[in-house]
Design a protein around this ligand. Structure first.
Ligand code: SF4
Ligand code: SF4
Length: 82
């Protein structure tokens, strides 16, 4: 999963781009629900939020490192295909 750092300027452009609805407005900044973030696997070749973030504050979450297979399994579960 990806994560949003405290560099986030709350511009709101990433939230509507997420195909999994994983991004939401948290208490101070936008946040990503790691259980819903597939790093866009299953939907797109590249993480859509990273593509649009103007301040580049959406890195990989080091606490939630996942393989492509794990991300695909999450995608299948989220979409009811598994
Ligand atoms: Fe959503 Fe994709 Fe960003 Fe994960 S990488 S939060 S699935 S847009
Ligand atoms: Fe924050 Fe980047 Fe999302 Fe804008 S695009 S709300 S700066 S994480």
């Amino acid at each position: 999963a990806l994560m949003i750092t405290d560099e986030c300027i709350n511009c709101d452009v990433c939230e509507p781009e997420c195909p999994n609805g994983a991004i939401y407005q948290g208490e101070e900044i936008y946040e990503i629900d790691p259980n819903k973030c597939t790093e866009c696997v299953g939907h797109f070749d590249e993480p859509q939020c990273q593509q649009v973030c103007p301040v580049d504050c959406i890195p990989l979450d080091p606490k939630r490192e996942e393989t492509k297979d794990q991300l695909m399994a999450k995608f299948l579960k989220l979409t009811g295909k598994a």
